[in-house]
Design a protein around this ligand. Sequence first.
Ligand SMILES: [Zn+2]
Length: 180
Amino acid sequence: MRQTDIGPRASTGTSTSTQSTEEEKNETITPVYPWATSRHAIVHTLDYLVSKEITIISGEVQCQKCQQQYKIQYELQDKVNEIAKFIFKNRAPNIWMTPNLPNCKYCNQRNCFKPIISKDESINWLFLLLGQATGFYKIDQLKYFCKHTKIHRTRPKNRFVYLTYMELCKQLDPRKTPRL
Ligand SMILES: [Zn+2]
């Protein structure tokens, strides 16, 4: 098993947290999904997932109109290829800022399914990445993500959304993702 590349990286300039102690960095959590690691806001690498035959990534969504909850699945490699097309353009495409929502098959309303975003350790990062749903993060999720990945969070939101995609892509496939 190859470890996720979270070692020394090109600094993005500013350390955002004064609480970032060694203990915190070494803190482990119980992974909630087979594709999550025991580290905060860190996903497994593509190589690891493929080696474990984890190729379908699922998560919960909810209709904003009828409140029906529903589980959807993504084929890992297909979605990774889709996202990779945007990564080298160095900016967040509009779809990342205001993602297209699927239609609800229960109430037949359009554009109304949103991913259910859990709290902190239970956040389904890989599912949100693959669904290109990072634009749905609220400030609390952004803070949490920044704290554990050392991204500076006082950037314009579209830049920030791009950087969260980049960070998650780098975790997933460190060889193919350019450095921040
Ligand atoms: Zn509905």
